[in-house]
Ligand binder design. Structure first.
Ligand SMILES: NC(=O)c1ccc[n+]([C@@H]2O[C@H](COP(=O)([O-])OP(=O)(O)OC[C@H]3O[C@@H](n4cnc5c(N)ncnc54)[C@H](O)[C@@H]3O)[C@@H](O)[C@H]2O)c1
Length: 335
């Protein structure tokens, strides 16, 4: 059955997911503040800012008018940087006149509050208008999804039926959606992997090869799991698409903005210089701060996250940071 979906954020990920939904014959509206993107989608069936060569489905419409965008929406798909999500939700809340399902595709944890996006949604959207929340996450670069390249992700929801529905809405011959009954786990895994991706980029920028990359993915996953389990996630979730899967894709690919920012830092740039040279959001930076704060507050050992924090916020020399990690007290691998 055709669904009516509004995608909030016509960046690379919002546009790629909108195309999947259009391919599946849904009615899709993109909303963005950027009038040039909206004009490009409506007049040229392109979003050249992010995908120069791609022709988008002609059924895809776009608007800068939020009221218009929400009028018929049954589902709202969030794909804006997490630093604006709270404000965007506050505005959405003032415009809603009917119940909606909110699907989140953005990845991050809020510094200060340590809230996941599902928690921010519950705080900002009037319960009378929120039918369910669904997280959609996993190993997926927009650059490949927009080419209809094979991709698998997973979803978790506050209402199981809605996870099933979202699974059906998105799944097709190139995009396959699994479901998992662990909202906390998928949100934690999908967010903190960006911190580990910064570290992977730093290592590459320093000229290191595959051995430290594998070490980072493996030990990074241990840290993510430790924190996740402490805040109520299931351990098993971290072996899945939103955990190990997303870590692999983000730590091994030049498409990852977090990897790219880390690479520049490893190459000698400071954080600001690295961020200034990127046109797209680097979620790992804010999430590094939030994760560092959570680890301190909960007394959880996260040496890689702490090291990334010291490198990016306190200008610890990356080579010295690696020395410190490699000379930590010897211990069993599993304890
Ligand atoms: N790009 C990917 O491959 C990918 C994959 C999975 C998840 N994600 C996650 O999706 C989220 C978005 O990432 P992206 O790569 O699309 O970012 P992006 O930088 O490409 O695009 C963000 C878009 O949000 C818009 N925007 C910013 N503030 C807004 C506001 N207040 N109201 C409306 N629109 C606003 C911008 O104009 C821009 O078009 C991030 O959390 C990212 O981690 C991205």
């Amino acid at each position: 059955m055709v669904k009516n979906i509004t995608v909030v954020g016509a960046g690379s990920w919002g546009t790629a997911l909108a195309q999947v939904l259009c391919d599946n014959k849904n009615q899709v509206m993109l909303y963005d503040l950027n009038a040039d993107i909206v004009k490009d989608v409506n007049e040229n069936h392109r979003n050249a800012r992010f995908f120069e060569e791609v022709e988008l489905p002609s059924s895809l419409r776009a608007t800068t008018d939020l009221k218009e965008a929400l009028k018929e929406a049954e589902f709202i798909l969030l794909s804006v940087p997490t630093k604006v999500i709270r404000d965007v939700l506050k505005t959405i809340n003032t415009q809603l006149t009917h119940k909606v399902v909110i699907i989140n595709a953005s990845k991050g944890i809020e510094p200060g509050t340590h809230k996941r996006v599902s928690e921010i949604v519950m705080e900002e959207i009037n319960a009378d208008y929120l039918e369910a929340f669904v997280a959609l996450t996993g190993p997926s670069h927009a650059e490949e999804v927009i080419q209809r390249s094979l991709t698998t992700v997973t979803c978790a929801a506050t209402v199981v039926d809605r996870a099933n529905e979202v699974q059906k809405m998105f799944t097709n011959d190139y995009f396959r959606v699994y479901r998992v009954d662990d909202l906390i786990g998928v949100e934690i895994g999908g967010s903190i992997k960006n911190v580990i991706a910064l570290a992977a980029g730093i290592l590459a920028g320093l000229g290191y090869g595959d051995n430290p990359k594998a070490a980072l993915i493996t030990r990074g996953l241990v840290e993510i799991k430790r924190l996740g389990v402490a805040v109520g996630a299931n351990e098993e979730t971290f072996s899945g698409l939103s955990g190990l899967g997303d870590l692999i894709v983000t730590c091994t690919s030049v498409h990852s903005r977090n990897w790219q920012a880390g690479y520049k830092i490893g190459n000698g740039s400071n954080l600001q210089e690295a961020l200034d040279s990127m046109t797209m959001v680097v979620e790992g930076v804010r999430t590094c701060q939030a994760t560092y704060e959570m680890a301190q507050a909960l007394n959880i050992e996260m040496p890689i996250v702490e090291t990334v924090y010291e490198v990016i916020f306190n200008k610890l020399d990356p080579r010295e940071a690696i020395n410190q990690l490699m000379s930590r007290e010897m211990k069993p691998e599993f304890y």
